[in-house]
Design a protein around this ligand. Structure first.
Ligand code: NAP
Ligand code: MG
Length: 404
């Protein structure tokens, strides 16, 4: 059989622990036999990040800007325990944070739905994709404990040196607390563009919600910036694509989400997105079935799984025990990147391969062949728990049959 050709490379970011093991298995079993895989390889495994003083992470982000598409394996974000375990020179920052900052990107997370794993909300039939604004608000705040008898004010020193002041509270009768938060028009604008672009890319409606009735300047600014950018840059494109942009109050959005059948993108401010993405992931079944894509405002895509490096399974693997780790989200990161590469390069065979590989994966699970995490959740009557590698070989059987 002739292998599918790629015109342009995609950026491959390797990672850590169990997902690094899965990464190689996916390539060996499901990609290399079928595709003449062209990648520019960056090893973001913690050892190599440490050797290069984390330069490799920055280089991989630059390469992503150059090629437009990347696929990333889960990586360790070092903490105190990892400092000792890997004898690190420094507590390197989260690679995801570094790459997100370099691309000015927004993260979109969507669940993969399969028969037998039913969402906790019975009306949900299609995925709900969450977009979280990853800058500012309470994540870059300044907080103070305030003593009774104090007066707290907001004070802005303007470029001409004059001050604008506004009373927060007169703490005459009690001790208390205050918090200062900010956001940037430029960051909100990038967030809006990433959301509008991704909605067009996926042909999905876009919902956005804030608490603008209470926060008449801060949250209202988000609403206004979204609306201005939509009206001036995206309105016609949305009409042509047959999709809508819909703004509502966050309370109303939450109620509508629960009543909905899914099938849209829900853009959230930083805190809302943090909280709601955990709710959505749990309600759809499993973090191991959640995909994630980072989209920049100028249309660069980086695909990955939403879960981490599955450390506990890796230690079992190191002891020589057989693992049953779910590779689906990592596999879908690869298919997402290959399909996007195919779209950008005009190579439909690559898109078709990505579609078939996804279908073969879903079919495997719906045939009752699954890893331990899904085995516990699945309502199918005939189901078998298989190992990490057996699962991928089962997917390959079905893929090979489809490709013929
Ligand atoms: P995790 O790797 O997501 O795993 C947490 C638990 O969730 C696992 O122990 C496992 O439960 C279950 N799980 C997650 N993914 C699974 C899969 N594919 N198949 C089966 N079970 C799965 O989170 P963590 O243990 O908190 O973090 C480990 C490392 O990952 C940390 O160093 C962290 O920095 C890193 N991390 C990286 C990313 C990223 O690169 N995007 C994201 C999050 C965390 P059981 O043990 O009960 O089987
Ligand atoms: Mg959270």
């Amino acid at each position: 059989m002739e292998k599918i050709q790629m015109k342009t490379p995609l950026v491959e970011m390797d990672g850590d622990e169990m997902t690094r093991i899965i990464w190689k298995m996916i390539k060996d079993i499901l990609l290399l036999p079928y595709v003449d895989l062209k990648t520019e390889y960056y090893d973001l495994g913690l050892e190599h990040r440490n050797e290069t003083d984390d330069q490799v992470t920055l280089d991989s982000a630059e390469a992503t800007k150059k090629y437009g598409v990347a696929v990333k394996c889960a990586t360790i974000t070092p903490n105190a325990a990892r400092m000792t375990e890997y004898n690190l020179k420094e507590m390197w920052k989260s690679p995801n944070g570094t790459i997100r900052a370099a691309l000015d990107g927004t993260v979109f997370r969507s669940p993969i739905l399969v028969k037998g794993i039913t969402p906790y909300i019975p009306t949900w039939k299609k995925p709900i994709c969450i977009a979280r604004h990853a800058y500012g608000d309470v994540y870059k705040n300044t907080e103070m404990l305030v003593q009774q008898g104090s007066k707290a004010e907001l004070c802005v020193t303007k470029p001409d040196g004059t001050e604008e002041r506004s009373l927060i509270h007169d703490f005459g009768k009690s001790d208390g607390i205050i918090q200062g938060i900010h956001n940037l028009d430029s960051s909100i604008g990038s967030f809006a563009r990433a959301c509008f672009n991704y909605a067009l890319d996926q042909k999905l409606d876009l919902w956005f919600a804030t608490k603008d009735t209470i926060s008449k300047k801060y949250d209202h600014r988000f609403k206004d910036i979204f609306q201005q950018i939509f009206d001036s840059e995206y309105k016609e494109k949305f009409e042509a694509a047959g999709i809508t942009y819909f703004y509502t109050l966050i309370d109303d959005a939450v109620a509508r989400v629960i009543r909905s059948e899914g099938g849209y993108i829900w853009a959230c401010k930083n805190y809302d997105g943090d909280v709601m993405s955990d709710m959505i992931a749990t309600a759809f079944g499993s973090l191991a079935m959640m995909t994630s894509v980072l989209v920049s405002p100028d249309g660069v895509y980086e695909y990955e799984a939403a879960h981490g490096t599955v450390q506990r399974h890796y230690y079992k693997h190191l002891k020589g025990e057989v693992t049953s780790t779910n590779s689906v989200a990592t596999l879908f990161a690869w298919t997402g990147a290959l399909r996007k590469r195919g779209e950008l390069d005009g190579t439909p065979a690559l898109c078709d391969f990505a579609d078939k590989l996804e279908k073969a994966t879903i079919q495997t699970i719906e045939d009752g062949v699954m890893t331990g995490d899904l085995y516990l959740l699945s309502t199918l009557e005939n189901k078998t728990k298989v190992s990490t590698e057996e699962f991928l070989r089962e997917v390959d059987k079905r893929l090979a049959a489809m490709i013929g």
